[in-house]
Design a protein around this ligand. Sequence first.
Ligand SMILES: NC(=O)c1ccc[n+]([C@@H]2O[C@H](COP(=O)([O-])OP(=O)(O)OC[C@H]3O[C@@H](n4cnc5c(N)ncnc54)[C@H](O)[C@@H]3O)[C@@H](O)[C@H]2O)c1
Length: 361
Amino acid sequence: MSKLRVGIVGLGNVAEIHLEAYKEIKEIDIIAGSDINPQKVKEMSEKWTFKGYNDHTQMLENENLDIVCVLVPPRYHKDVIEDIAKAKVNILCEKPLASNLDDANKIVEICENNSIKFYYGATYRWLSACRKARELIKQGSIGKVSLLLETFIGGRGIEGYKDLGANHYPKGGPGGGGMGLIDHGIHLIDIFSWIMDSKVEYVVGRGNFSGKSPKTEFLTIMFENGTVGQLLYNEATYSANLPYEGIFSWGGSWDIQGNLSLEGSWEEYPGNIRIYGEKGALRVFYYANKLFFFTKDKKQPIRVLDRPMPGNFALQMESFINSLKNDSELESTVYDGLNALKIALAAYKSFDTKQFVRIEY
Ligand SMILES: NC(=O)c1ccc[n+]([C@@H]2O[C@H](COP(=O)([O-])OP(=O)(O)OC[C@H]3O[C@@H](n4cnc5c(N)ncnc54)[C@H](O)[C@@H]3O)[C@@H](O)[C@H]2O)c1
């Protein structure tokens, strides 16, 4: 079979990671990329040797593409997706699905009315330590799960806080920093549901707003099966971690200031999830590519597949390619994107109403 022809819309930070990851995939050729910033088009098309465009509609018209990756900020996802779907090209879209529910519902409608495949970029599902943790839980290794927990507290105080800005999330609407509820927590909301294989029934929480001063964000998720998911974020303070809580990472990641490194390095504040069950517990260092297993008798490191970030972006694309080749079910759908956003935005509603919010599907 000939190689699939891939185009990219949005040539910013995350495009570098996708392109780095796609180097190892034989079944695709990166044909073209577009960005509204001409400087980005020049730099990236030269670096990655593809045809550059300033307008994605021209790219869609001129190139016969099989897949377009939507890597623009969330507030522009809907408009770009609409154009790609019109051109009948399959889509891989970054998270969050959109910056608001109207756009997200419109994206679902666009996908349902066009015969294209739409892959939601739930990239944490493809981090090896997360996949292995899910497998162990499914095998019953830690018994019935009672709590999934991620906390990310740290940064350089209020003065060092960086809002992602109105270009990503419209001013005054849900938004905030890169390690906050909407931008980062959306990954965790997705994988908590995916790991538990249970629907979310109720949530309560609080989220930050784009352009406004940051507060502590939290989200408590009550699953139908009784498990609780808990997220707690504040990137406008200082970490109280001790040096021995750092870890050597095998893969790339972002530091607390949002700086990307693609190499394994010492991580002072390694991103991690704790999962507690009736018979044991897991500690999942998702970017460091490490997993630890605890029971009454054992404390054990568990081997995971050696494809740390950006390998998860390659695994995700490989999953999409398989679905396209075999016309099989997608491993992450537009509905997964919609549900994650619904749950994140329900935190805002609960804070307004001071009540638990039921998630309607
Ligand atoms: N999966 C992950 O781990 C991960 C990590 C980082 C970012 N992301 C997601 O990737 C997306 C992009 O984030 P980023 O950090 O690369 O942002 P960025 O600001 O670095 O880059 C976005 C690029 O899109 C361009 N752009 C904006 N509107 C456009 C349009 N209409 N057409 C073409 N180009 C346009 C901008 O000029 C910019 O170059 C977001 O949805 C973000 O949430 C995902």
